[in-house]
Design a protein around this ligand. Structure first.
Ligand SMILES: O=C(CO)[C@H](O)COP(=O)(O)O
Length: 158
């Protein structure tokens, strides 16, 4: 079964979102592309786009996300506030590889004001090519993050 990818951007990242969206729609590894906005010409604040987009992953409606803003950082910070979602900016091939292989992340965040369009398109494609190995030594790190989130949730509930 193919990947379900949610894409999202604020106004500073929308041009790259549109370019990557076209790539994903032509990618045989991708089963579904979900565009969580914004549309060109809209002017939302980035958290208002990132929260619902990341929630789609937390709720199992999407497998991974590729989010865009000026630097990639605001979208990453916002996405990480959604429990269960791991997101980071990564602007080179090695970091994108480790984002999956070390961090089992769900969301790659890219900065339209930081890297060129062709590099963004390439990194988005590379991001889909990796699958986390649950037998790797990195699993213990991920488990500790998940355990911490569980504790944080139970504290919030009391
Ligand atoms: O890059 C951004 C957030 O990390 C966003 O696209 C622009 O944010 P701003 O500098 O607060 O306008």
């Amino acid at each position: 079964m193919g990947l379900r990818i949610v894409i999202a951007a604020d106004p500073a990242g929308v041009d790259y979102k549109e370019a990557v969206k076209a790539d994903l729609e032509a990618d045989p590894r991708v089963e579904q592309v979900i565009d969580a906005g914004c549309a060109p010409g809209e002017t939302p604040l980035y958290p208002s786009i990132a929260f619902p987009a990341a929630t789609m992953i937390a709720q199992g409606q999407a497998d991974r996300g590729i989010f865009f803003c000026g630097t990639g950082m605001g979208m990453a910070i916002s996405a990480n506030k959604v429990p269960g979602v791991r997101a980071s900016t990564a602007h080179d091939s090695f970091s994108v590889e480790r984002l999956i292989m070390s961090n089992d992340a769900h969301v790659l965040c890219l900065g339209q004001r930081v890297i060129g369009r062709e590099l963004a398109r390439r990194l988005a494609s590379e991001f889909l090519g990796y699958t986390f190995d649950p037998a790797s030594h990195s699993k213990a790190n991920i488990d500790l993050i998940i355990e911490h989130e569980g504790r944080a949730d139970s504290r919030a509930a009391h």
